[in-house]
Design a protein around this ligand. Structure first.
Ligand code: SF4
Length: 184
């Protein structure tokens, strides 16, 4: 897997200060995409142990609330094995930090067994994500007033009842999903 960018002080992609990894590869090709260079799976640099160490180090300070995965498309099947391992190590090392993930796929249609990009790594990834922002970016539904989303079709879904800490509750629109992946 390649990655396009690593931000160590990101305040745009989830609540609080975050470390964010932009992975390479995306088949959605949304019109008006904010990051079209990442469509190419070969774009950027190979994700290796050195980058993972950088992420772990950047997550250390108390002021960092969590980690965000975006792209590109984290749930492209080619990216899932590497990311499932990374998320597990982050979750183990920093159990109190939250993990957010942006995907152009639809949570309850594409990421469930039999879904378009469901693999053996999909549930392990989802089991370590606190909040998923799903759906393609649809330019005609673009709304700059939305919190942490680009277009109004996209949803903030708190997995397993996740709520951001009270003092950082900017994402008041968070939904709690009641269907899909019932085994998790
Ligand atoms: S899913 Fe995200 S990265 Fe992929 S084309 Fe759409 S907006 Fe761009």
């Amino acid at each position: 897997m390649n990655y396009a960018n690593l931000k160590k002080f990101d305040i745009a992609d989830g609540p609080g200060v975050r470390v964010s990894l932009f992975v390479s590869g995306c088949r959605h090709h949304c019109r008006g995409c904010f990051n079209a260079v990442t469509w190419d799976f070969q774009y950027g640099e190979p994700f290796d142990d050195k980058v993972e160490k950088e992420i772990m180090e950047a997550l250390k300070p108390d002021y960092v609330q969590g980690f965000t995965l975006l792209g590109g498309e984290p749930f492209e099947p080619e990216n899932q094995a590497v990311l499932a391992g990374l998320l597990k190590r982050i979750r183990t090392a920093y159990p109190k930090k939250d993990i957010w993930c942006y995907t152009g796929y639809t949570y309850d249609r594409d990421l469930v067994p039999g879904g378009k990009v469901y693999t053996e790594y999909t549930d392990p990834m989802l089991s370590m994500i606190d909040c998923i922002v799903d759906g393609e970016f649809i330019e005609s539904l673009k709304d700059v007033t939305l919190t942490f989303r680009g277009s109004s079709n996209q949803r903030l879904i708190g997995l397993r009842g996740y709520q951001p800490p009270e003092d950082r509750k900017r994402d008041h629109e968070i939904k709690h999903f009641s269907g899909g992946n019932p085994d998790r």
